[in-house]
Design a protein around this ligand. Structure first.
Ligand SMILES: *Cc1c(COP(=O)(O)O)cnc(C)c1O
Length: 388
C-alpha cells in the first residue's frame, strides 16, 4: 500500500490505433497483392494530403527525414551552400542538407512560440544562402508572411519542416502548404502515425517532375508506367524514398479519423492551458491564438535544476515527462558542421528549461487534471519553502 507498485502510471505517449489499420494491410496483401510502394493506398494517402493540406502534389516518404532529404536534392544544395534554420529542432532538419554538403546556419528562436525569430533571419543571409527552413515547433506556426517575403526578396527557397504541424493553420492556410515544399512526419510520436513515415508536399510546381524521379531511385519509372517514355532508365540522382503499401495502408486508416484525433488532442491541450493558466504565473505556455493541432504541451520551468526536480516529482507520482532539444548549434555535429548567426540566448535557455507533459489521444480529461494538480502542488510546495 502506498508503494510505487500501486501508482497508476501515465505514459508520456501512447500510439493510437484508429481502427482499420490491420484491415487495410490485409487488403493490400490479399486483395491488391501490391506490397511495394506507389500502389492504391499510397495514392489514397497522397490524394488526402492534397485535399486536406494543399499543394500541387504530395508524395509519401519513409519518414520526414526522407522528405527533407528529397527537399535538399530538389533545392540543388551543393558543397558550401547555406541553409537558415533554428537550432531548437530535431537533427534531421539540419542533417538532410548536410548530406548534400550544405552548411546549417542557426538562428535563435522567439520566446513566445519557440519558432525561428523571423526578425533575425536577414542578418544570417549571405551570398551562399539557398533556403530558409522554418520549423513549426509544437504545431505552432512560424511567422510565414514575413519569412515568405524575406525569401522572395532574396530569391531563396522556403522548405517548411511541418513534421509536427499536420492540420495546423496560419491565416487560414495549412502549414506545409505555404513554402515551396513542406515536410511531414507520421512517426509514432506524432499526431497521425504509421510507425515510421512521412510526406513531401510540393507547392511550387517546378519541382513536381524531378521529385517523381528522385523518389524512384533516380529513374523515370513513373513516366514509363504512364506510357510517356518507352524506356525505364537512370536519369538523375535519387534514392528509395517511397514507403511500402503496408505503411500506406496503415496511414490511410489514420487519415480517416485525422480531424477527430486532432480535435481531441486540442481539447486536452486547451484543458492544460486552462488548468495551469494564471495559477502558476511562472509557467509560460504556447500561444494558442493560431489554429494549432495539439501536438505537444510544454511548460517553461525557471531553471535546469527546477526542471530536474519537477521531472523527479512527477515520476515519483507515476507521470512521465520529457524534455528536448539539445540545441543543434552546441551538439558535437552541429559545432563541426554548422555555424550560428547572432546569439542563441533563447535557444540555450529553452533547451534547459522546457518540459513536455503527456499528451496523447487516449488520455482522459481526468489524466490532464491529475498531471496539472501535481504540477500545481510542486509549485505550491516550492513557494512555501521559499517563504520559510
Ligand atoms: C519528428 C521530426 C522530424 C523527423 O521525422 P521522422 O519522420 O522521424 O523522420 C523532423 N523534424 C521535426 C521538427 C520533427 O519533430
Amino acid at each position: 500500500m502506498g508503494n510505487s507498485n500501486t501508482i497508476n502510471r501515465l505514459p508520456f505517449n501512447k500510439p493510437f490505433i484508429a481502427g482499420r489499420e490491420l484491415y487495410n494491410i490485409a487488403e493490400a496483401v490479399l486483395k491488391n497483392q501490391h506490397l511495394s510502394g506507389d500502389g492504391n493506398f499510397t495514392h489514397l494517402c497522397q490524394d488526402w494530403l492534397v485535399q486536406h493540406i494543399g499543394g500541387v502534389k504530395a508524395m509519401l516518404t519513409h519518414s520526414c527525414t526522407g522528405a527533407l532529404e528529397m527537399s535538399a536534392i530538389l533545392a540543388n544544395i551543393t558543397t558550401g551552400d547555406e541553409i537558415i534554420l533554428p537550432s531548437f529542432t530535431f537533427v534531421s532538419t539540419a542533417n538532410a542538407f548536410v548530406l548534400r554538403g550544405g552548411v546549417p546556419v542557426f538562428v535563435d528562436i522567439r520566446k513566445d512560440t519557440l519558432n525561428i525569430d523571423e526578425a533575425k533571419i536577414e542578418a544570417a543571409i549571405t551570398s551562399k544562402t539557398k533556403a530558409i527552413v522554418p520549423v513549426h515547433y509544437a504545431g505552432v506556426p512560424c511567422a510565414m508572411n514575413k519569412i515568405m517575403e524575406i525569401a522572395r526578396r532574396h530569391n531563396l527557397l522556403v522548405i517548411e519542416d511541418a513534421a509536427q504541424a499536420l492540420l495546423s493553420s496560419y491565416e487560414g492556410k495549412r502549414l506545409g502548404a505555404i513554402g515551396d515544399l513542406g515536410c511531414f512526419s507520421f512517426h509514432e510520436t506524432k499526431n497521425i502515425i504509421t510507425g515510421e513515415g512521412g510526406a513531401l508536399l510540393i507547392n511550387n510546381p517546378i519541382f513536381s517532375e524531378r521529385a517523381e524521379i528522385i523518389w524512384e531511385k533516380g529513374t523515370n519509372r513513373k513516366k514509363f508506367f504512364r506510357g510517356e517514355v518507352d524506356k525505364y532508365t537512370w536519369v538523375d540522382i535519387g534514392s528509395s524514398f517511397l514507403p511500402s503499401e503496408l505503411t500506406a495502408a496503415f496511414l490511410a486508416a489514420q487519415f480517416e479519423r485525422a480531424h477527430e484525433i486532432i480535435a481531441k488532442r486540442k481539447r486536452l491541450f486547451m484543458l492544460y492551458i486552462d488548468l495551469l493558466k494564471g495559477v502558476v504565473e511562472r509557467i509560460a505556455s504556447p500561444n494558442t491564438e493560431e489554429d494549432v493541432n495539439g501536438h505537444l504541451f510544454y511548460l517553461i520551468t525557471n531553471s535546469l535544476d527546477e526542471r530536474h526536480r519537477l521531472i523527479t516529482w512527477l515520476a515519483d507520482h507515476g507521470i512521465s515527462s520529457v524534455f528536448h532539444y539539445v540545441p543543434l548549434h552546441s551538439s558535437p555535429a552541429g559545432r563541426r558542421l554548422g555555424r550560428v548567426s547572432g546569439d542563441m540566448r533563447v535557444t540555450d535557455e529553452m533547451g534547459e528549461r522546457l518540459l513536455r507533459l503527456p499528451l496523447f489521444y487516449e488520455m482522459t480529461e481526468q489524466d490532464v487534471e491529475r498531471v496539472c494538480s501535481l504540477v500545481l502542488q510542486f509549485y505550491q510546495k516550492n513557494n512555501a519553502k521559499f517563504k520559510t
